[in-house]
Each structure stands twice: as structure tokens, then as C-alpha cells.
Ligand binder design. Sequence first.
Ligand code: ADP
Length: 250
Amino acid sequence: MPAISVQDLRKVYGEDEVALDGVSFDIEEGEFVVVLGPSGAGKSTLLRILNGLTEPTEGTVEVNGEEVRGRRDDVAMVFQLHYVIESMSAYRNALTGALSRAGLLQSLMTWYDEEDKRAALDALETVGLLEEAEQRAGSMSGGQQQRVGIARALVQHPTLLLADEPVASLDPKAATEVMGYMRSAAKDRNLTTIASLHQVNIAREFGDRFIGIRNGEVVFDGDGDDLTMEAVDDIYYGEGGDDPAEVLEA
Ligand code: ADP
């Protein structure tokens, strides 16, 4: 059984805004998959459906054989913008990952048990921030804040980690560093990961497998060797040389 199975996903916003059309793929446990594609291709919609934040118009998503219907505790998401709470320490931010698993009363009281506390410290160590655990998140660099976001996701003990353009707002050095931590965290835990990225060079460095989406359809699915310059051109601009500007506007 694949860890993730996506079958014939279609998403139409409003009357006729087709964001995804006939998207199908399986992902094995522990794979680190990068979703590539131009702006407006449907990457974010795909990740939001995988996370249960958006309902597909047609098609199904299964995580470990169970159909996704609404939010799942075992699916964690790292977002593009820093979702950290600036006034709290890195450690407190990481701990909030445990809230998604907690009962209502426990989350209202923000109680954390010893296991959660250990998980938060362990996750901060994984992203190289153990020494900064008590530092206020708001005083950290963008890259550090995004690493806190990854730690928070890890504390959720997910079986699937999703990241929607996690390094889009970072400079190339910080972006590479954050992706390095994300990959090693995922590999250490055999955690299935799907990240959307628009920087092809960074994607190439970290992905095991690449799924290219253009105009809501899968136009590429292969490993780093398959991801030639021609393949990248095709994902972004389309076969037969569509006008890049038009595709990017689409
Ligand atoms: P990407 O993440 O690849 O940039 P998106 O999934 O954000 O692509 O968008 C895919 C298409 O769906 C785009 O044409 C976008 O304008 C449209 N879209 C996305 N979200 C909404 C929404 N909430 N309502 C209407 N259209 C949307």
C-alpha cells in the first residue's frame, strides 16, 4: 500500500476556475517529493487538498489507505509565510505542534506532558536550534523562524509532512539551509514529505522525486536524472514553446 494515493483529483473554484484536472499519483513511505510548476499551476491547491484544508471537486486522497476528509492530525504543514508566534520562544512555538493532537480541554489549558516537551526539544535539535530554544522567535532570522516552523510540524508526529513554498521568502543561502534541515529531519524519521518549490536548482538538490504541474495537470513525474533542462522547460513553459509570459500569467 502506498503512503499517499491521489486519484483523479479535480478542483474547480467557483463556476469554471479549473485549478486541478485529473491529477493522480502514488507516493511511497519516506519519499521526499518536490512539486514544481509555474505560478497558478495548482501546487498550493494540491497541498491544501492533501492537508484536508480544501475539498476536491472530484477524486480522492488516501493517506495510509484512509481517505482524507477534513483536517487530519497526522498531516503537518509548513507554510510559506512564517507562522511562528513572534512573542514566544522557539521552544514554546515548537510545543504548539502538540496541540493538534491534544484534547480540547488540554489545548485550552495549554498543558503539555513530558513526552511533548521532550519531542519539542528533540525537534529543535533536529533543526539545529537547541541552543536557541529560549530565544524569542520574533528576534530570529527568517530562516531560523522557518526552522522553528519545521520543528513545530515534527512535534505533531505526522505521517505526512507538507510544505507549501517553504523557502520562497528566503535568500538562496537560507533557503538551502532550511531545505537541508527539512530533508534530514524527514529522512531521520522516514517521514513522507511533499514540498512545493519554485526554485528549480534548490528543488533538484533535495528531491528524491519531482512532480511537475502545469495548468492543473501532471506533466512530469520522475527523479533527478529525468529532470533535464528540457523537462524543466516543458513544466514551466509547455511543449511546443508557449510564450512563457502567458503561461506565467495563467
Ligand atoms: P500555485 O500554487 O501553483 O501558484 P494555486 O493552486 O494557488 O497555484 O492556483 C491554481 C489556480 O486556481 C489559479 O488559477 C488560481 O488563480 C486559482 N485559485 C486558487 N485559489 C483560489 C480560490 N480560493 N478561489 C478562486 N480561484 C483560486
